[in-house]
Design a protein around this ligand. Structure first.
Ligand code: NAD
Length: 525
């Protein structure tokens, strides 16, 4: 096993990975060099990895650079149903071995993975810039979070292996241990193609499960590079499979397989609900009830009170709505503004939105890059057109210049709470603004959603802060700051209602979802 800089027994308390400052000329130069290196690997073909066995298929999947779709980033295999079944069977066969590997060794591998990503951080950043359309700052956030997950879950796994003692009955030795579940199917979205992929995979592996990873078809190259890093870190080739192919076609085979024990999914509400329903069926020969960990969509609101610092609120809404083109589950897509400051807020917001630059994400000067795909662009433009009828266009309102999938940051005001753009997740740079009579009404509007992921409140009034803490029904509430940018360890992440099972990724309890408790009582006298 490769030696670690710091062995698990001497780990310092967890601290978040610092972000690179790309305004520094030396860092910007390093970033550009990484882009050149990554670009030189464009068009390469990647294999399916079935428990260490490399496979190819007749049918291929191409991923493109959304800033310049004529550039093919990677060519990937479309795995068959038989490949999918083989992957689950292989993971099942190796589970007996992997689950017995001592926890210190599994932890060491996860820490080593974090070190590898840290050593090659700009290169990982560059893959995200070029395949996911992240700006440098957004890519750096994603890759840093991935490193955080390695460091944080490594520490939590050690804690789980040494749990709180149980009550000791007289004459007995009583204990509780945590066992891995079995084969997990890992299904991440494209919008955090490294952090969420790594978070779900790392949590499953470090707790002793084997996995089949089904990455998003939008970002398969990031997943292939990640799989390479898993092997380099020393994770046995049989402990995971990397399975590219159509989610809709292959997903059902993986989810419904009787040897699949759990599914760790992050993505849209509709796919999450479909997986949940399918996983609830018990095929012949299945010995367990499948566990589904599903983190899903959001329609996140920021409430701007009449007693708020308006400039601070405008900036908070701006970053939350348009960072990564609004393609974060935590993105603010609804601003609910007290009528006393409504017009002034809109005026200030419009001025700021018009300064945002949109263009290729590899250019450091752009604040916004492209949306992920042509299909996403069409869907967002469709919502913008619907929104123009449902409210008053304040800024943006259509495509931006260029070959890439660019959309102008768009603000639509005077939107009714029953309007589609107030209720449905658009997943693009579109903000609906709605007027509230007072703070009670603002809370009512904020909670008028089937989702419950993130939310923020801007106010200087303590009583209103307390009211929001009691009433705003979201998994992640922020006060006087943006509603995006959850940090591992500080802001355990996950939402209520149709936002999912509230798994609280990056939180102290997250790993419990990947294990089952076994209580042991031994009579000693
Ligand atoms: P998506 O639901 O379209 O796809 C997610 C994953 O599911 C992909 O890997 C896809 O290939 C796969 N998939 C599709 N159909 C499947 C099926 N039938 N069976 C199994 N897998 C299938 O979502 P997306 O477009 O990749 O990501 C955007 C969505 O993710 C948004 O709704 C966003 O809010 C949500 N999201 C949520 C969180 C969170 O923590 N709550 C974080 C990030 C993204």
């Amino acid at each position: 096993m490769p030696a670690l800089a710091t062995p698990p027994s001497q780990l310092a308390p967890f601290a978040n990975e610092p972000y690179t400052d790309f305004t520094r000329p030396d860092k910007a130069a390093a970033a550009r060099a990484a882009l050149t290196k990554v670009r030189s690997q464009f068009g390469k073909e990647y294999d399916l990895l079935v428990a260490g066995q490399r496979r190819r298929s007749a049918s291929k999947l191409e991923s493109v650079n959304p800033s310049k779709p004529s550039e093919i980033v990677g060519i990937h295999q479309k795995g068959s149903e038989q490949d999918a079944r083989d992957a689950v069977e292989a993971a099942y066969a190796y589970f007996a071995t992997w689950s017995q590997v001592p926890i210190a060794e599994r932890v060491q591998l996860l820490l080593r993975l974090g070190e590898i990503i840290r050593e090659r951080k700009y290169e990982f950043d560059a893959w995200l810039v070029l395949e996911a359309g992240k700006t440098w700052a957004e890519a750096e956030g994603d890759v840093s979070e991935a490193i955080d997950f390695c460091e944080y879950y490594a520490r939590r796994a050690l804690k789980l292996a040494n749990p709180e003692p149980t009550v000791q009955l007289s004459g007995e030795r009583d204990e509780m241990v945590y066992l891995p579940l079995g084969v997990g199917v890992i299904i991440p979205p494209w919008n955090f193609p490294l952090a969420i992929l790594l978070g779900m995979t790392g949590a499953a592996l470090v707790t002793g499960n084997t996995v089949v990873i089904k990455p998003s078809s939008e970002t398969p190259t990031v997943a292939a590079i990640f799989a390479g890093a898993l092997l380099e870190a020393g994770f046995p080739a049989q402990s995971f499979s990397l399975f590219t192919g159509s989610g809709a076609a292959i997903g059902d085979v993986l989810v419904s397989h009787p040897k699949t024990r759990f599914i760790s999914f992050t993505g849209s509400r509709d796919v999450g609900l479909h997986i949940n329903e399918l996983a609830a069926k018990t095929p012949k020969g299945q010995l367990w009830i499948k566990r589904v960990i599903a983190e899903m969509g959001g329609k996140d609101a920021i409430v701007v009170d009449r007693e708020a610092d308006l400039d601070q609120a405008v900036v908070g809404v701006l970053y939350s709505a348009f960072g990564y083109q609004g393609q974060k589950c935590s993105a603010c897509s609804r601003a609910i503004v007290d009528e006393a400051v409504y017009d002034e807020f809109l005026e200030k917001l419009k001025a700021k939105v018009e300064t945002l630059t949109v263009g290729p994400s590899d250019e450091l000067s752009n604040y916004m890059g492209p949306v992920i795909s042509s299909r996403a662009k069409q869907s967002i433009l469709h919502y913008i057109e619907a929104g123009k009828k449902e409210g008053r266009l304040i800024a943006g309102g259509g495509s931006a210049e260029g070959e890439g999938y660019f959309i102008k940051p768009t603000v639509i005001a005077d939107v009714d709470s029953k309007a589609r753009i107030f209720q449905e997740e658009i997943f693009g740079p579109v903000l609906a603004v709605t007027k509230a009579r007072d703070f009670d009404h603002a809370m009512e509007l904020a909670n008028d959603s089937e989702y419950g992921l993130t939310g923020a409140v801007f106010t200087s009034n303590r009583a209103k802060v307390d009211q929001a803490k009691r009433q705003f029904f979201v998994g992640n509430l922020y006060i006087n700051r943006k509603c995006t940018g959850a940090m591992v360890g500080a802001h355990p992440f996950g939402g209520f209602n149709m936002s999912g099972t509230d798994s609280k990724a990056g939180g102290p309890d997250y790993l419990l979802q990947f294990v089952q408790g076994k209580s042991i009582a031994e009579k000693v006298s």
